[in-house]
Design a protein around this ligand. Structure first.
Ligand SMILES: [Zn+2]
Length: 177
C-alpha cells in the first residue's frame, strides 16, 4: 500500500532531533516526537518526513474489521501516524536496491533507490489476511526516507470497498517457497 505526499512536516517543531554530526541524517527518526495540527486531505497519505498518516475513518475501519499489527500514534489533527509493529524482510535478489552515499560515521545511506516489485524474503512469515506490516528497511531519499507498508488480502479488500481516499495499491510478487 502506498500513499502520496501531503506536504506536512511532522518533525518540524520537534526539539533536539538526533542527527548524525557528519551527514546530518536523523539517527532515531521513528522514535522522535512527531506532530502537526495540519490535517491531511486524504484518508491515507505520507508526510514530508516519510510518516504514513491515516484518518480517524481509517482507524475506525481497522478496529471494526479485526485488523491487527499497528500502533497508532495520535496527532493533534486527530489523525494518526501508522506504525506497524512487525517488520518483514524483503527479498534483496528480487527487489533491487541501489544505496547511494554511505555515511561512514552513522552507517546510513543518504538515499536508497529501488527497482522492481517487492516480495517477501525466503523464510519470512507470510502476511496474515487481516495483518498490516512494514518493511525492515527504509527507502527513498534524505528526509523523505520511509518504510513500505504491506497489507493482508482481507485488509486490501475492505479498504477498497470503503473507498478510502489517497490509497494506492501495488501488488507484491509471490514469495518463493
Ligand atoms: Zn551520518
Amino acid at each position: 500500500m502506498s500513499a502520496s505526499y501531503n506536504g506536512i512536516d511532522l518533525l518540524k517543531y520537534t526539539p533536539n532531533l538526533r542527527r548524525c554530526s557528519m551527514c546530518g541524517l536523523l539517527t532515531h527518526k521513528w522514535e522522535e516526537f512527531a506532530d502537526s495540527p495540519q490535517k491531511p486531505k486524504a484518508d491515507i497519505s505520507t508526510s514530508r518526513d516519510g510518516h504514513k498518516m491515516v484518518s480517524p475513518r481509517f482507524w475506525k475501519i481497522y478496529e471494526e474489521n479485526g485488523f491487527f499489527g499497528v500502533n497508532f500514534w495520535p496527532l493533534s489533527s486527530r489523525y494518526y501516524v501508522l506504525f506497524p509493529t512487525r517488520t518483514v524482510e524483503i527479498d534483496p535478489d528480487h527487489y533491487k536496491i541501489m544505496p547511494l552515499k554511505l555515511c561512514k560515521h552513522c552507517g546510513q545511506y543518504e538515499e536508497i533507490l529501488v527497482h522492481g516489485k517487492p516480495r517477501l524474503a525466503v523464510g519470512e512469515r507470510p502476511i496474515a489476511s487481516h495483518e498490516i506490516v512494514r518493511s525492515a528497511m527504509d527507502y527513498g531519499g534524505k528526509s523523505f526516507k520511509g518504510y513500505h507498508v504491506f497489507i493482508g488480502d482481507a485488509v486490501r479488500d475492505i479498504l477498497e470497498i470503503k473507498n478510502l481516499s489517497g490509497l494506492s495499491l501495488n501488488k507484491m510478487d509471490p514469495q518463493h517457497s
